[in-house]
Structure formats: structure tokens, C-alpha cells
Design a protein around this ligand. Structure first.
Ligand code: A3P
Length: 299
């Protein structure tokens, strides 16, 4: 099953408390099947809080593994089918779990936005490589706001002021950003096969972050391949690439906002008022005081 390119508007979902995390049916209705997912030792899971750079890292991995061997893949298969979204379930249209099960590639690249405690247990049992991408909370919030305005499968974004409060309260699809980034960071202490990376580092030095990824994955691409990947994943290239820019997804309205929107660090400054910035910083200190996690809100 795949997504249909005809544009559709669906009723906006309501969030509900799912095992302590705010979620909506498209990501919980296939829960039992998803939990029974049979991971293979060479599967690679890309985990993020929504809007942290999932598509960017998915595309980097896809190019690293398959950019040379399957060039036709680059022009014919959209990124959301190459790297299926494991828990996404739209009855009769798409089951990320089925797409992942049936991936013909080795390794299989699989995406999730699950908080760490929701990840199906076979990923841990099989000691799969997991890549977590985190983005500073201010930019993550702004990106999520624009995404929720243009994506009719997401809860109504409402006003910016209201959205700001909801984000701080953690009443977002996939719950609290603070809990998400912190608990995945903590997981690194007990699960060495987890590579935790930051959107801001990728922006600052894409090549260096790709080198680190390769070393984690045990890959040694030639300089030529690395160069091809670094250049292929630049923001403008991805924005204009129909297989990576989500322009063929039916429920996203690009008249409102693009999926590849700005791709910058610090866009929060164009949205946060001075008072909101102070409120965010005060609240952040309280929520994150026990974590060693450090974010950069500007570079
Ligand atoms: P903005 O809305 O700030 O532009 P995800 O894939 O997790 O949904 O994240 C989407 C965000 O990552 C968007 O942020 C998008 O523009 C940004 N992004 C995607 N590809 C990028 C790239 N190649 N370079 C920089 N940012 C990128």
C-alpha cells in the first residue's frame, strides 16, 4: 500500500493519553502489530521527535547505502517508502509496519517518532543500530507549528501563542519534547548501539556528521561517494527533489507551508516574543536540570 498523490483533507485528530504520552489514532491503531515487529540484527532505526531532521538523516542513510547501487531508486521511490514510518497506520492506505516488513533492502532503514519506551522490544534484543536525531526545542517547536498548520492528519495548530503553551506543557503529538530528548539521551548509558546526533551539528558541518555516522555504521565510503552524499542532501537540493520533499503526499497543503520549509538554526527568533523566550528558558532550566544534554539554540 502506498500514499495516493491526490490531495485530501481529513478531519483533524484529537490527542489522547496513550500509556502516558499524547498520541492520536494514526500512530496507535496498529500498536499490537507494531509491538510484534520482528527486527533483524542489521535493521537500522532512525528515531526522532517530529521535526528534528528525520527526513534529512533518512536521506543521508539511503544515499550512503543505496545511492551507488540503485540509482533508479533515487528517481522513482519517495523517501517515505524507502524509509517507512513504522507506526503510521491509515486504514486501507498505509501501514508503515507492513512497508517495513516488506522492505527488499539490506539493511532495512526504518523511521519512528516513538519515545524510547514505545520501541518494539526486538530492536533491543537484536542489538540493532539506532540513530537518534535531536533539535533544539525552540526551533523544533517552530518547525512543528508550521507542520501542524499544513498537515491535516495532525491536530489543529491553533494560534502561535496557544501552540507555544501546549509545547511547554507537552501536549503535542508524541508528547513532551523534553521527555523525548532526555529519555533517549539516557538510553545511551545502557545501549551502546545508539548514535545520538544533533540537527545543529548537521547544519554546521554536514560532512563531519556524515563521517561520524559512517564510523558508527562501520561504513568507509570513498571520498567521491561522501561528496555525492554531502552535496545531494543540501537543503535546496532536497527541497527541489520530488522524491524527498513530500510534495506528493495528499494531506499536506504546500500553499500553507512547505515540508522543506527553511532548514535553519535560529528561526525561533522570528517567532518567539521576548516574554516567550524568557518563559521558555526558565521552564527549560527546571525541566532539564537533571540532564547532561546540551542544545545549541544558535550557531
Ligand atoms: P524547518 O521546518 O525548520 O524548515 P522532519 O524530517 O523530522 O520532519 O524535520 C523537518 C525539518 O527538517 C524542517 O525544518 C526541514 O526543513 C528540515 N530539513 C529537512 N531536510 C533538511 C536539509 N537538507 N537541511 C536542513 N534542514 C532540513
Amino acid at each position: 500500500m502506498s500514499l495516493n498523490p491526490e490531495k485530501v483533507t481529513v478531519p483533524r485528530p484529537e490527542l489522547f493519553d496513550f500509556h502516558g504520552v499524547w498520541m492520536a489514532p494514526n500512530f496507535t491503531d496498529n500498536w499490537e502489530n507494531v509491538q510484534k515487529f520482528e527486527a533483524r540484527p542489521d535493521d537500522i532505526l532512525i528515531a526522532t521527535y517530529p521535526k528534528a531532521g528525520t527526513t534529512w538523516v533518512s536521506y543521508i542513510l539511503d544515499l550512503l547505502y543505496f545511492g551507488q547501487t540503485s540509482p533508479e531508486r533515487q528517481t522513482s521511490i519517495p523517501i517515505y517508502e524507502r524509509v517507512p514510518f513504522m507506526e503510521l497506520f491509515i486504514p486501507g492506505k498505509v501501514s508503515g509496519k507492513d512497508l517495513a516488513d516488506n522492505l527488499p533492502t539490506t539493511p532495512r532503514l526504518i523511521k519512528t517518532h516513538f519515545p524510547v519506551q514505545f520501541v518494539p522490544k526486538t530492536f533491543w534484543e537484536q542489538n540493532c543500530r539506532i540513530i537518534y536525531v535531536a533539535r533544539n526545542g525552540k526551533d523544533n517547536m517552530v518547525s512543528y507549528f508550521h507542520f501542524d498548520t499544513m498537515n491535516s492528519t495532525q491536530p489543529e495548530a491553533g494560534t502561535w501563542n496557544n501552540y507555544f503553551q501546549r509545547f511547554i506543557q507537552g501536549k503535542m503529538m508524541y508528547g513532551s519534547w523534553y521527555d523525548h530528548v532526555r529519555s533517549w539521551w539516557k538510553k545511551k548509558e545502557t545501549y551502546p548501539n545508539l548514535h545520538y546526533m544533533f540537527y545543529e551539528d548537521l547544519i554546521e558541518d554536514t560532512q563531519q556528521e556524515i563521517d561520524k555516522l559512517c564510523s558508527f555504521l562501520g561504513l568507509s565510503p570513498s571520498a567521491e561517494i561522501t561528496e555525492m552524499v554531502v552535496s545531494g542532501v543540501q537543503f535546496d537540493k532536497m527541497k527541489n527533489n520530488q522524491m524527498a520533499n513530500y510534495s506528493n503526499v495528499p494531506f499536506m497543503d504546500f500553499n500553507i507551508s512547505h515540508f522543506m520549509r527553511k532548514g535553519k538554526v535560529g528561526d525561533w527568533k522570528n517567532h518567539f516574543t521576548v516574554a516567550q523566550n524568557e518563559e521558555f528558558d526558565d521552564d527549560y532550566k527546571k525541566k532539564m536540570k537533571d540532564s547532561t544534554l546540551q542544545f545549541r539554540n544558535e550557531i
